[in-house]
Design a protein. Structure first.
Length: 293
């Protein structure tokens, strides 16, 4: 069953009754949602209150809770630490993964990311040939940082020569950051469900980042968000992140993609992605299955 994503973006009180999350909003009908039907709960208003029972029910059923700041950007994630029967065994496998294996996995991830960027440019009717050539040059561990070379070409082609990532004045960056955060939370949920710990990364290793492995797995999925933001920008962006923008970006998780021989919504494909990584770490396979358009 495809799990639900619920966003609460107005003042509300959340409580639990008979394993149903109860959403009370002043002047509106009370809404109830079975906790077991949820995949992701997004709390996007400073006036939301909740009981501890709601969060307890969420982590027991591997429901991730995403908390947003006053600019609507996700800032924190609540996720379970014990949602797999072989959690300690899988963490041991992660820790002892060899450096050559880490580098081969990173090679596969960056190659998939650049190929995904090429597909995004092709869909946007932009030149993608140089990216396809760069993807073929990615070596184990990407020592030449082909990823950065591809990014310079990619962003200029997709959003124009004046676009700069990280520019807070650029509305496009706010949309990109929101979309990436949503996919990041969904990836973290899939990793925990597969018994993997999101802190032990393949390439990312910042000691202050609790989601290094999550950030590794997000990389080839970024072009899916980029394409959604590109389409939103076609009508012009005269304001920041609106409710309509957020709704459109949430739909990225429902977008159908390919993984192996399957066609699945991205939210479901992420579980296959995480399971594939687990199999590589356990020596059951050598090829990482990555979702793609």
């Amino acid at each position: 069953m495809i799990k639900r994503i619920v966003e609460v973006s107005s003042p509300a009180r959340l409580s639990l009754a008979n394993q149903q999350m109860v959403i009370d909003r002043q002047g509106q009908d009370t809404v109830t949602v079975p906790v077991e039907d949820l995949a992701l709960l997004i709390l996007d208003h400073q006036g939301i209150a909740h009981t501890q029972a709601v969060f307890s029910a969420c982590w027991k059923r591997n429901v991730h809770v995403l908390l947003c700041d006053d600019k609507h950007l996700p800032g924190a994630v609540l996720l379970p630490l014990d949602s797999h029967s072989l959690q300690s065994r899988m963490m041991a496998q992660q820790i002892k993964l060899s450096e050559p294996a880490r580098k081969r996995l990173w090679q596969a991830i960056i190659r998939a990311k650049i190929n995904g960027q090429a597909r995004t440019l092709q869909t946007a009717k932009r030149s993608a040939g140089p990216l396809l050539a760069l993807a073929a040059k990615v070596r184990s561990g990407d020592p030449s940082n082909v990823e950065a070379q591809a990014a310079r070409f990619y962003w200029q082609q997709l959003f124009g020569e004046d676009f700069r990532r990280g520019n807070d004045e650029e509305h496009l960056n706010g949309l990109l950051n929101y979309g990436y955060a949503i996919v990041r939370a969904a990836c973290a949920r899939a990793l925990v469900g597969a018994g993997l710990h999101p802190s032990f990364g393949l390439h990312h290793h910042n000691q202050y980042n609790s989601f290094c492995l999550t950030d590794d797995l997000v990389e080839p999925l970024r072009p899916l968000v980029d394409l959604a933001v590109y389409h939103l920008g076609q009508n012009g962006l005269n304001e920041g992140l609106t409710k309509e923008h957020r709704q459109s970006l949430l739909e990225v998780l429902a977008q159908t993609c390919s993984i192996g021989n399957l066609r699945l919504p991205l939210m479901e494909a992420l579980h296959h992605y995480a399971a594939s990584l687990r199999k590589v770490m356990c020596g059951e396979t050598q090829r990482l299955a990555i979702p793609e358009l």
